[in-house]
Design a protein around this ligand. Sequence first.
Ligand code: C5P
Length: 297
Amino acid sequence: MLRLRAPAKLNLYLRVLGKRPDGYHELETLFERIDLADELTFEAHPHEVQLTCSDPTLSCGEDNLVLKAARALQRQSGTQHGARIQLTKRIPIAAGLGGGSSDAATTLLGLNGLWRLHLKHATLAELAATLGSDVPFFLSNASYAVGRGRGERCEALPQIARLSHILVVPNATLSTKDVYGGADFSLTASKPSITIALHALRNGPALAGLAEGLWNDLEPEAIRRCPVIARIQSALRESGCIGVRMSGSGPSVFGLCRDALHASEIASKIRAASPSSWRIDIIQTDQPSTRMHTVPS
Ligand code: C5P
């Protein structure tokens, strides 16, 4: 049996550069892998691929990205192997944290190992991109990466810094497709360049500089659809976070903190004053060593 973590991500920076002929949007984004993670176990099974999940609201049918990833591997390799897969869900669903994408990437890695397929990283990355724009990021062991194209062309950054955040997730979900579809990217607000956040990360990190470099072009449309996002942002700012942004297409919001102690002080303040429907977590950058995979390169 194989047991693997499937960590979530934040987008420290997400800028939409334009709409593409294929309907997707051209992006420039800075991913950070965080230590909030689902868990997947993989066991050999004679023929079928069976999926069970700790969260009864999540479909375990063919529309689940875990099964889609398994099917993609079966098609690619022609293998007759089956597997019993158990998914323990801890990452909030449809919240902008990449949980489904991470589960899919972890399934590619897990079944590549369990079935001894020895598919190379480049092949897995191609399969990953067919499953979703964020999936390739989760194949790598990197804590930070810059994503371009649909987000699937990832360039890992060396481990630079371990950040501490407060993560607040309201009891709401947003469809990525709807948020992209409704947004007006022609608005010409002055936006920071990604180099501000990259430079700040490399220097220490320089937290004040990093706070200035945080950005998300999807925020206005997500807030229009889900106004509680703006309330969470105000609460985090008032509680002393250095910088505050939404992740992905929302509705999760993160607040950048000085360190883990600062994050736990802010978490106490927010917990005392916020509705019980907000989920509040203290999170940190996920360390590369916590997720070892043996994939031939
Ligand atoms: O790639 P993924 O399945 O995660 O994308 C979900 C939806 O989000 C897409 O169908 C598309 O509408 C939108 N999207 C986009 N541009 C991107 C990524 C996602 O328009 N770069």
